[in-house]
Design a protein around this ligand. Structure first.
Ligand code: OAD
Length: 249
C-alpha cells in the first residue's frame, strides 16, 4: 500500500487521467480488444467530421445508441473512490485535477469535478450558432433542431478524430505542477492523452497506472496496479488515506 506523509497535504497536486476501463465495470464497452466499441464500426464512418458531413444519419444513430446506453448504467466503486480522493485532497488543501477521455457522465454522477477532454455524450452543440445544450430527453433517431437558431441538426458534443481535444490549455497547465499522477483504464494508445504519463514522469511526479494489462506507455518507474478499477481503486485510495478497508461510497 502506498504511503507518504506529504502526499495528501497542501502543496501536493494529483492529476488523474481515466479512460474507458474505469467505466467497464459499469457495463460500458471499452474501445480496443474483443467486443470493443469500435468493433463492427470503422472510426472513419462514425467518428470523424467528414463522416458527419457525408452521412449524418449513420453518425447520429451511433451516438444516439451510446447516449441511450447511459440511462442503463451507474457509476461504480472506482468512480466513487476517485471522487472520495478529490474531496479528501480538497479538505487538506491539496489539489486534484481529474481528466477523462470518457464521454459518459459517470465521474460527474459520482461527484467528481472533471475535464472531459473528448467531450460529453449528454451535451449537443449547434454548428451554426455554437449553442451548447444538455440533452437527456431526445434518444430516438430523429435529429434535434437547435433551440436557439432553429438549425435543423445539433451535433454530438464529442471530439472526433481530427478535432482538437477540449480544455487542453487547462490540462497542460495542470500537468506543470503535478506531484502525483494516476492513469486508470486507458491503453495509452491515443494522443495527446497518451503523453500525459510521460510528461508527469519528466516533472518528477510519482506515477501509478491501473489497468487489466500493461499499457503501451508504461515505464519501469511507474507503479502498475493490475486489476479492475472498481476493485483496485477503493483499496488504493483507502491506503493513501491510512485506512485498512474502503468504506462504502
Ligand atoms: P481503450 O479501450 O483503448 O483501453 C481500455 C483500457 O482499460 C485497457 O488498458 C484495459 O486494460 C483497461 N481496462 C479494461 N477494463 C478495465 C477495468 N475493469 N478496470 C481497469 N482497467 C480496465 O480505451 P481508452 O484508452 O480510453 O477516443 O481509449 C482512448 C480513446 O480511444 C477513447 O477516448 C476514444 C478511443 O478512440 C475518441 O473517441 C476520440
Amino acid at each position: 500500500m502506498p504511503s507518504s506523509p506529504d502526499s495528501l497535504q497542501a502543496g501536493a497536486h494529483w492529476v488523474v487521467l481515466t479512460g474507458a476501463g474505469i467505466s467497464a465495470d459499469s457495463g460500458l464497452a471499452t474501445f480496443r480488444g474483443g467486443g470493443g466499441l469500435w468493433e463492427g464500426h470503422s472510426v472513419e464512418d462514425v467518428a470523424t467530421p467528414e463522416a458527419w458531413a457525408r452521412d449524418p444519419q449513420t453518425v447520429w444513430r451511433f451516438y444516439q445508441m451510446r447516449r441511450r446506453a447511459l440511462l442503463e448504467v451507474e457509476p461504480n466503486a472506482g468512480h466513487y473512490a476517485l471522487a472520495r480522493l478529490e474531496r479528501h485532497l480538497n479538505d487538506v488543501g491539496a489539489r486534484c485535477t481529474l481528466v477523462t477521455q470518457n464521454v459518459d457522465d459517470l465521474h460527474q454522477r459520482a461527484g467528481s469535478n472533471v475535464w472531459p477532454m473528448h467531450g460529453e455524450l449528454c451535451k449537443l452543440r449547434c454548428e451554426r450558432c455554437g449553442h451548447l445544450t444538455e440533452d437527456r430527453e431526445h434518444f430516438d433517431f430523429d435529429f434535434v433542431p437547435c433551440p436557439e437558431c432553429d438549425f435543423p441538426r445539433l451535433r454530438p458534443h464529442i471530439v472526433w478524430f481530427g478535432e482538437i481535444p477540449m480544455g487542453m490549455g487547462e490540462i497542460e497547465a495542470a500537468l506543470q505542477t503535478v506531484t502525483h499522477f494516476l492513469a486508470c483504464g486507458t491503453s495509452g494508445a491515443v494522443w495527446p492523452a497518451a503523453g500525459f504519463l510521460h510528461a508527469a514522469r519528466q516533472l518528477g511526479a510519482r506515477t501509478f497506472v491501473n489497468a487489466l494489462e500493461r499499457p503501451e506507455n508504461l515505464a519501469p518507474q511507474d507503479q502498475f496496479l493490475e486489476g479492475s478499477a472498481s476493485e483496485v481503486l477503493p483499496r488504493w485510495v483507502a491506503g493513501w488515506m491510512g485506512e485498512d478497508l474502503p468504506s462504502a461510497p
